[in-house]
Write a protein that binds this ligand. Structure first.
Ligand code: NAG
Ligand code: NAG
Ligand code: NAG
Ligand code: NAG
Length: 218
């Protein structure tokens, strides 16, 4: 899928954030990743939480938040996420494919794999001015695709949200999701987070940018 993953445009300094919005430093350190049932980021809140990602990067819905994975964001390039299982990526070809999706048929589920060397394409990032620390991927795409909310003991795949003229919204029968960073701590060595680059985008009051990523063709 590398060919349709346009590189993220990264600039060295954040454009002015909306007052009250989050900043790059809020997506740092150690945290859980909550999964929200959401197809509309401007109105999304943590109340839409329907589960979290585990240490393998899979979608679970545990009774106890302790069962959620613990992710670490690298404080320096490529600013990627890892767990005790390894670096997290959408680029692991051994993972389940999103076969129900028109555009995502060959997409791999997210996975934190012990042998994967992290690269910049694996980075998830947030946007200055967001109301909460929502996580985005690729070319300003802030939604994900899951089959449903998992049962108590179920483990499900998380894919990237894809759209185009053949499938304008979420894969039929699936649920559109957002990811939310739930910071639980700082890195052991308090590394300087001020230097994490942010995407070249600014959110201004009243501006409803879809943040659905690029439309795909064919
Ligand atoms: C990790 O990724 C590599 C490269 O894609 C793959 O060969 C390997 O089977 C994966 N391992 C696991 C445990 O998923
Ligand atoms: C994770 O990725 C980083 C950056 O590419 C690399 O230095 C590290 O060795 C990787 N970790 C594992 C367990 O492969
Ligand atoms: C997600 O939220 C929408 C809107 O509240 C609701 O209609 C839908 O049933 C929810 N989906 C799942 C899988 O819970
Ligand atoms: C989930 O697994 C636990 C431990 O294996 C078991 O006690 C429990 O009944 C299971 N719950 C459901 C809803 O299947």
């Amino acid at each position: 899928m590398r060919s349709i993953l346009a590189p993220v445009v990264l600039l060295s300094s954040a454009l002015l954030a909306r007052a009250g919005g989050i900043a790059q430093k809020d997506f740092s350190g150690i945290g859980n990743i909550f999964v929200l049932n959401s197809s509309d980021w401007p109105s999304a809140t943590p109340d839409q939480k329907v589960g979290c990602l585990d240490d393998n990067g899979k979608f679970i819905n545990p009774d106890d938040e302790e069962d959620c994975g613990v992710f670490t964001r690298l404080a320096n390039y490529p600013y990627t996420l890892s767990t005790k299982k390894g670096n997290c990526t959408f680029d692991d070809a051994t993972q389940e494919k999103n076969t129900d999706s028109w555009y995502g048929k060959s997409d791999n589920a997210w996975n934190c794999n012990g042998t994967h060397k992290a690269v910049i394409y694996d980075e998830l990032y947030t946007i200055d001015g967001f109301p909460y620390v929502f996580l985005c991927w690729g070319d300003i795409a802030c939604y994900y695709d899951v089959k449903k909310v998992p049962g108590k003991n179920e483990t499900l795949s998380l894919w990237q949200f894809r759209w185009g003229s053949h499938q304008m919204g979420i894969t039929p029968g699936h649920m559109q999701a957002q990811l939310l960073w739930n910071k639980i701590g700082d890195l052991p060595k308090r590394e300087d987070m001020e230097n994490i680059p942010s995407p070249r985008i600014t959110l201004e009051d009243g501006l409803q940018i879809p943040l659905e990523g690029q439309q795909l063709s064919a």
